[in-house]
Design a protein around this ligand. Structure first.
Ligand code: KIV
Ligand code: ZN
Length: 518
């Protein structure tokens, strides 16, 4: 890594998971971590191990498997957090502890109830403790952009002297303006003793829509690590979107003169994976990965493009992985071709999972002539991804509707291993299914959102349904894919219900600190 390289620190699995309703299961986090490794991310922040047993075990699983990136765990400046982080990272090839404490007067007084001098002592003690545990330590001064500058500089100096090798400056509440933030980083880099021996990092939230602009400004000020997430997901309005920061550096390389290690052709795949897993779909006009990001509507633009693409395109769709879905498989494709294609797409399945996936593929190939990469990805991400947590399973579904009969759903469901059947009416077919499923499962969940999209073109395309449900403050997403969107709707609803059940179960578990929030 040279000083001309920007380190990409991905926090999709930690800050991204803090987006309401975006909580992910261990297997899903592993899938995302593999994709991040494949695309060349330098550091993967895998979670906050002390927060829950689930978080701990996801970090541990990622740490044991990922070898191409450093794996990082978050920790408050507390011994129990630091020790949990170190234990979770014990299998990592290149572990990092990221420890943080607030440095703004507001946070120190109101949230921590600590005097500034006590905060400095805590930083010194905690960073030294962390260095003893893993060696590679990052320190964050939470709410840095609203901290008093002289105090922030002292805090950073203490962390450097204690052994932190990366200093992260978070704009925790998305308050900074680009010119201010650039100046703040430049000030710290040029004045804090020992600053030349560490990497400065920026972690920007998007409350004013400035997260990417602030990240780029931080780079101009001297930051050499950017903390970001796929699709910009994260607490509240989210974090800086990795794809936007990286493409800005790439497209405007002549301006920045800096590179990242990111294989940008993986952006679309990463974006879709995160959307599918979290249920948080990006808006069509989202930069880089939105459905319209490379769509040209105006006749003048289309004419220009036909003459020379550069008239209206500053980057090529292929550079971000947007190519026409290659026709790869069909009804007659065998298991070998199926496995080879999955491996090319980056999936490593056990024999058992491969056999199950192949069955699903064959079923799909009976309904749909041409199977594209996107179909395969949807097929693999579909269904409950953790074993043993499927309280509710759809067995059969019959729906009638149209202009002559009221929408009616007849559902056969397995609930805790026992088959039940019920029929119910609704104002439309999906409503009839959801009302019937609610009655059968006893769920009181509220439907927050329902979206359906076609995975590939054509009327035989797989339809993917994503729902988000809320029950007693818990939010869960579910998705289902099928050539029949009513079947996909039922699967999506049940997956979200199963996840809510899992969250309830987790919250009932005793003996481990519950849901530590930042
Ligand atoms: O936004 C923030 O301040 C954070 C810290 C934990 C780095 O997420
Ligand atoms: Zn954050």
């Amino acid at each position: 890594m040279t000083h001309d390289t920007i380190r990409i620190f991905d926090t999709t699995l930690r800050d991204g998971e803090q987006s309401p309703g975006a909580s992910m299961q261990k297997g899903e986090k592993l899938q995302i971590a593999r994709q991040l490794e494949k695309m060349g991310v330098d550091i993967i922040e895998a979670g906050f191990p002390v927060a829950s047993p689930d978080d701990f075990s996801a970090v541990a699983a990622i740490a044991s498997e990922i070898r191409g990136a450093s794996v990082c765990a978050l920790s408050r400046c507390r011994p129990e957090d630091l020790e949990a982080a170190a234990r979770a990272l014990s299998g990592a090839a290149s572990p990092r502890i990221h420890t943080f404490i607030a440095t703004s007067a507001l946070h120190m007084e109101k949230k921590l109830g600590l005097a500034p001098e006590a905060v400095l002592e805590t930083i010194d003690r905690s960073v030294r403790h962390a260095v003893d545990l893993v060696g590679e330590v990052e320190f964050s001064a939470e709410d840095a952009t609203r901290s008093e500058r002289p105090f922030l500089a002292r805090a950073v100096g203490v962390a450097i002297a204690a052994g932190a090798r990366t200093i992260n400056i978070p704009d925790t509440v998305g308050y900074a303006l680009p010119s201010e933030f650039k100046e703040l980083i430049a000030f710290l880099v040029s004045t804090v003793p020992g600053a030349s021996g560490v990497v400065f990092s920026a972690h920007c939230h998007n409350d004013l829509g400035l997260a990417v602009a602030n990240s780029l400004a931080a780079i101009e000020g001297g930051a050499r690590q950017i903390e970001c997430t796929i699709n910009g997901i994260g607490e509240r309005a989210g974090n800086a979107a990795m794809e936007e920061v990286v493409m800005a550096l790439k497209v405007r390389r002549a301006f920045f003169g800096l590179e990242t290690r990111i294989r940008t052709e993986e952006f679309i795949r990463a974006s879709r994976l995160v959307q599918t897993i979290t249920g948080m779909l990006v808006q069509p006009n989202k930069a880089i990965v939105g459905a319209n990001a490379f769509a040209h509507e105006s006749g003048i633009h289309q004419d220009g493009l036909l003459k020379d693409k550069r008239t209206y395109e500053i980057m090529l769709p292929e550079q971000v992985g947007l190519a026409e879905g290659a026709l790869v498989l069909g009804k007659h494709s065998g298991r070998h071709a199926f496995r080879t294609r999955l491996e090319t797409l980056g999936y490593r399945l056990s024999e058992e999972d491969l056999a199950q996936a192949f069955l699903k593929f064959k079923k799909l190939a009976d309904q749909k002539k041409e199977i594209y990469d996107e179909d395969l990805e949807t097929l693999l991400s579909e269904g409950p991804s953790e074993q043993g947590w499927e309280r509710f399973r759809l067995e059969r579904l019959v729906v009638s509707g149209g202009t002559l009969v009221p929408p009616t759903a007849t559902v056969v469901l397995t609930v805790d291993g026992e088959e039940r059947q019920m029929a119910g009416l609704g104002s439309g077919p999906v409503d009839a299914i959801y009302r019937t499923l609610s009655k059968m499962t006893g769920a009181t969940a509220r439907l927050l959102s329902y979206t359906v999209k076609g995975i590939t073109g054509g009327s035989d395309a797989l339809g993917e349904v994503t729902v988000r449900l809320e029950e007693e403050g818990r939010v869960a997403a579910g998705h289902g894919a099928d050539t029949d969107i009513l079947v996909a709707s039922a699967h999506a609803y049940l997956e979200a219900l199963n996840r809510l059940e899992r969250k309830k179960e987790r919250d009932r578990k005793a003996g481990f600190p519950q849901q530590v929030t930042l």
